[in-house]
Every structure is written in structure tokens, then in C-alpha cells.
Design a protein around this ligand. Sequence first.
Ligand code: FAD
Length: 630
Amino acid sequence: MSEPRVIYWFRTDLRLHDSPALQAALDLDPATLWPIFTWDPHYVYRARGGLNRWQFLLDCQNDLSHAITRLNAKSKLFVLREAPQTLLPKLFKAWNVTHLVFEKDTDAYARERDEVVTRAAQEAGVEVIVRSGRTLWDSDQVVARNNGKPTMSISQLQAAGAKVGSIPRPIPAPSRLPDPGEMTLDFEQDPPVVQPDLNSDRRAESDTGYGQIAGPKGDFAIETMEELGFPSATTPHRGGESIALKRLGDIVDNHTYTATFEKPKTNPAQFEPQATTLLSPFLHFGALSVREFYWRVQDVVDSYPGKASSPPTSLTGQLLFRDMYFAAQAALGSVFAQTARNPCCRFIPWHLPSKRDPDTGLITGEYHVDSEQADAWFRRWKAGVTGFPWIDALMRQLRQEGWIHHLGRHSVACFLTRGGCYVDWERGCEVFEELLLDHEPACNAGNWQWLSCTAFFAQYYRCYSPTAFGQSWDKNGDFVRRWVPELKHLEAKYIYEPWTAPIQNQRRAGVRITGDGLTRREAGTYPKPMFDFAKQKAVCMSAMKKAYEIGLHGDDKAVLDGSWRSLFPSPDMADVTGESESGAEGRAGKNREVSTRGKRHASEASSQDGSKKQMRLSFGKQGRECHASK
Ligand SMILES: Cc1cc2nc3c(=O)[nH]c(=O)nc-3n(C[C@H](O)[C@H](O)[C@H](O)COP(=O)(O)OP(=O)(O)OC[C@H]3O[C@@H](n4cnc5c(N)ncnc54)[C@H](O)[C@@H]3O)c2cc1C
């Protein structure tokens, strides 16, 4: 048999340490190994990506490429600019490849892509080797051990994970890499499908990335922001395996922090340094192995002399949440990221509902503007000009730096959905998709479902205040002052509610509270709050209560054919009618009744068995279970 000529296809694993797939490639003892990255037009044009995440990706690729070259001066990360579905079959032939090896990716698009590539490899007589390494356990095996169902709680994940087996210990990085072979490109490039380009808004220049397969100099170089047509990123957070390992090392050196970490006690307003690890973007790009993270922490916990924290609030507990969302997505496929057709996702008639492709049933990224007011609220939320300083500070940090603390994400997500604007969680999820450095399709959609109480979590009566919550962590408002400099000099007692500051105090602080933040914004001003929060919260709660009582889920016929409208009587839903035209008749009387019931419900919830009652209401009504429908 001829000696193995292996393409190692880097994707979600931009690292050398603890890479089961790379190890599998090296176990073949190849004569030739090409470490490649395919510059896939799907991500370039069809996924929303902000400048900061692009920069982070390029950082990770450059760092990996240097690490490869340190092991073999003839090698590096070779970037090829074409869709893998068309490129790889040509490479199999041109380079006389015997094996294709890669890390498993359970994201919906990745699965489809990998099926196409695997079929092509089989036709070309190329052996495909796939290894799980992105999660603690192989997500497909977790699903199988969860009776084929998505994992909708940490306990389900833990039970299924235990059946899969113990979490493997990390393996070391290789100490040498084989030479790459010849890289002839004696074939035509299949040009990318450029439209629709979901990133066009961010391009200052046109994208020249696909000029030639091997890049402008023909040396398979890593792309640059300039080639992509992007201006510079604004984040201070830089990517790469070296930074990730250094940061993890520093964290675990602090035994007390590592062993006693309790997520709910970490301060969302803390900065420089932030209160949590900020390792999520490295995990996203695979610059840090999740098993390396897990075991380095667990070893500290095991040897800690004092009382260590435990899952779900501990540091390893955080990684379990990540695996939970991955396994939920692995079971449900592309419908996991939307309400429609998702059996696990509760249907709520939010404002600004998504448009759906009639052929696939998948959301298109466009939405119906059923309410001009809700659309204005959404745009103000996105731009960080809601008039609620805590929310605006977080949204501005997110846009500038690409990362905000988990409880900050809670605040802004609750505010946009069930605890303020009553806007569809899919809108917020899309904004996060663009802006987050750590955007992970499974974790993003899953957490938005959690926060909007459409799946994973049902206690919709527990709502974040856009004023009191921030204040409870940061009385002086230092975090707000940093991100909302208009309010920098305002006294602490007004910093979370600047509209309550008397005009002379505003004057002294050099700010005027006026306008809506979107139109004719003048220097030295900060917008008025976009609504009365207490009033709007009551509207949301009563609407949520109604939706929970009706109990529809994304795969119900009424949701898919639009007949859900007849189940949501317009009087008490006048403000929150989703795709339907809203009639405002008879609102006042009905609203009174609903809010009275809402009060009783809230006090039930705060009683000892409140949450159990709530769980019965939310899950027991139809005896529903989430079915896998890959
Ligand atoms: C609306 C919303 C959207 C989110 N979108 C994403 C996303 O796209 N990608 C993402 O990685 N996380 C997402 N999260 C989860 C969480 O906020 C981030 O993982 C966390 O804040 C990252 O910071 P860290 O690395 O300092 O976390 P740490 O607290 O240090 O936790 C360590 C690691 O555990 C994982 N983790 C922690 N909390 C969660 C969680 N709730 N869900 C899944 N994984 C978790 C992350 O990989 C994180 O790096 C989202 C949360 C919310 C509320």
C-alpha cells in the first residue's frame, strides 16, 4: 500500500494541543501532511460576522500557522480560497490524496457540508477520518444516550454524558509534523456565490479575497482584513492558541479563584480584569481545547484544601452548559436556531417575527415589522441608545469589544424580549451573531431561548430590572460611566435613571436628557428612556402568561399555518400580536383582569413551591417531549 498522503483540514480546531483529530492524522504516520484551511464563502457571505470576530479568527490562524512552522519549517497553515465542497474533490485528485482528516462539527451547516465532502471523498477513494474534540463528550453520542432527544437541562446532559463515559484527558501537542507535499493547482477555481452578502454593511472596500485560490502572492497566505474589504477591528481582545494557553495557565495558577468560582457571584460590571475567564472566543475557534480547560480546572478542584464549588455554578459547570447546548443542537439540527418547527421552543407571539423561506421553513434573517414602535425599540437597543444606561453600556461594550459578561447578556436579552420590548428572541440572536467574538450557533440560540423563556427555562416572572440590577453590582456606576461617557459626571444617585435628575443637576454634569437617541442626536445629550419600564414589564408578563396558558410550540400546526392568531384574542394582546394585524378594541378592561391574575401568579411563584407549579404549567400541559428530528 502506498504511504498515506493526508490532508488535515483545520476548521473549529485552530490549535495543536489536545487535538484528537490531528493525532488521528499523525497516527497514520503519513509521508505527506497538508495542514489546510478552506476559506469558505458560506462564512464569508452567509453568516453574520462583525469585524472583531474576523480579526480574532485571523489572529488564531496566524498563531497556529507559526506554531506549525515551528515544528516543521516547510509547513504552515495553508489557506485555500474556495468552498470546500468544490475545492476538496479537485485537491484529492491533484495532490493524490489518500486520507482526509478533520474534527467533527455538529453545527447545522457544517453537517451538510461535511456530508457532501465525505461523499466526494468516498467517490475518489479517499478515506475520511473524523474525531470529536470540540466538546467534552461527542454530542451525537450524548444525544444517543439521551434516547435520541436534545439535552434540555444540565442533569440530562450529566446523565447522558456519564453513560457515554468519562471525559477524556487531554493529549499533548505533537512534537513534529511531516512535510507537506507538492501543492499544484492545475484546475480552475469555482467562484464563490457572493450574494446575498450578510456582511456587506461592514465592508469599507470590495472583497478581493477570492482572486486566486492560493491568495494574491500564490503562497496560500492567511487572509487580511484589507483583503476582506474590512476596516480595522475595535476589540482589545486578541486571538490565538498561545494567548489562550497563557490565560488558562494564569487562571488555574490562582487556585482559590479556580476552585471556588461561582458564576452567579461574578460581577457583570467588573472590568480590567473582567470577573469571568473570557476564554469563550478561544473555545469557539478551537484555539483552546475544552477538555484541556476542564481537566486543568478539575485537577485544581480535586487538590483544593478548602470547600470547592460544584456544577452547575462552578467553572466546570459552565463547560457543561456549553455541552448541553451543543447536544441540544446536534439533536435538532437547523431548527434549533429558530422557533418555527422547533418542537422544544415555546411559541410566543413576539413583535418583529422572522420571515421564513417557504421551501425550507427556515428563517431568512429578514423580519416583519408588525409594530413601528417595537422596531424603533429594537433599533435603539441595538445601537445602545435605549435611555437605560445599564442596557446601553452593555450594548456599547458588546459592539466595541465583542464580549460582555454572562449576566450582562442576561440583562440585555431579557430586556429585548420578555422583560421590556417583547421583541422576538431571533432578532437579538442575530445581533449577537454579528457582534460576539465567541458566537457559537448552539450556545447563542440556546441562551436566547433560555433568557426569553421559550426553552430551557420557564420562570418568566423573574425579570431583570434595567436599573436596579446594574446598581446592585456597581453602586457608583463606574461601568456605565466608562461606556456611556455622556453620563460620566452625573451623580451616582441618578446614574441608572438619568431622566430623574433635575435639570440643574444635568447641567452641572454637562448632559441633557432628551430625544430618542436615533434622530437628531446632539452632542452633550443622552436619550430619554424609551418606555416606562414598570408599565412595559406588566404588558410583557401578562402576554407571557397568556402564551404559556395557550402552550403552543414551534412545531405545532397552528404555529406553522398561522391559525395561532385565533387563539390569542386581540384585546389583551393588542400590543403584542406578532405577525397579525392588531386590533385595539376592548383593551383596558381585559388588561386589568389579566394583570390582577398576573399578580397572583407572581406571588405563587415566589412561594416555596412556585417554581414547581410553574414547571407543571409549562411542560405538563401537553405532556410534551422534545423529539429528535435531524
Ligand atoms: C443571550 C446569550 C447569548 C450567548 N451567546 C453565547 C455564544 O454565542 N457563545 C458562547 O460561547 N456563549 C454564549 N453565551 C454564554 C455565556 O454568556 C458565555 O459563554 C460567557 O459569558 C463567556 O465568557 P467567559 O469565557 O468569561 O465565561 P466563563 O464564565 O469563564 O465560563 C467558562 C466557559 O464556559 C462556557 N459557558 C459559560 N456559560 C455558558 C453558557 N451559559 N452557555 C454556554 N456556554 C457557557 C463558555 O465556553 C465559557 O468560556 C450566551 C449567553 C447569553 C445569555
